[in-house]
Design a protein around this ligand. Sequence first.
Ligand SMILES: Nc1ncnc2c1ncn2[C@@H]1O[C@H](COP(=O)(O)OP(=O)(O)OP(=O)(O)O)[C@@H](O)[C@H]1O
Length: 251
Amino acid sequence: MLKLENIKKTYRTKEINYFVLKGISFNVKKGEFVSIMGPSGSGKTTLLNIISGFIPADEGKVLLGDKDLLKANKDLLAELRQSEMGFVFQDFMLIDALTTSENIMLPQIIINKKKEEIAEKTNYLIKMLGIEDIADKYPNEISGGQKQRIAIARALANNPKIILADEPTGNLDSKSAQSVLEAFFIIRKEIRATIVMVTHDAVSASYSDRIIALKDGKVVEELQKKDNQRNYLDQIFSFLGKVNGVSNELK
Ligand SMILES: Nc1ncnc2c1ncn2[C@@H]1O[C@H](COP(=O)(O)OP(=O)(O)OP(=O)(O)O)[C@@H](O)[C@H]1O
């Protein structure tokens, strides 16, 4: 589904070159939920932005299905972002002047889907994520957790191959964060969505199947959840301790 091969990225400024990613390789299978963790500045967001096609890598391959994003021109990239990827950001990025339903409709309107199809898909997503009661509300009338559930529905609106989420619970209290993580759980169960999420939060990561830890621009550790594992969160804390050398907290 997603294959990264030897991704390298350096930010060059007049004064200094930051070698941020020093050869990152991993695969994500269809229907898999992968978290990317690592200390602040380890290159997580840079990596997600490269997978998203927002910024180019200097070297390597990003294969989404059979398409190499680093070889795609601007138009193809824009099309892939609209039709094959769904995005969930820390600060929701909803349009304040649109209701919940309208926010979910918008990406479908942009790709010229038929009106009836848009209505059907929007209603399906609203029901699936249990946000019927806020369907006609505006973003400033609802909570952060509800906003993020709308953002997840919107990300799914065009049946993307993959959902890319950057700290989706980063701006939320623990109760709202849980409602968002439950939304990820629902979309995995209902439609076997493939998700790559950057997070600092061990509880959020415990919802994923596999955790990839970055440090100093490299993949340093991976942790795979076992079937029906009960002590995954404890294992994540010791995993993070190992990655970080001393502490359990990565930020
Ligand atoms: N546009 C840029 N120009 C120069 N340096 C950059 C740029 N964007 C990021 N960096 C630097 O690259 C490094 C990696 O940044 P990145 O945001 O990918 O890390 P991160 O692991 O997501 O960090 P955090 O957990 O704090 O969000 C940091 O040292 C950052 O300052």
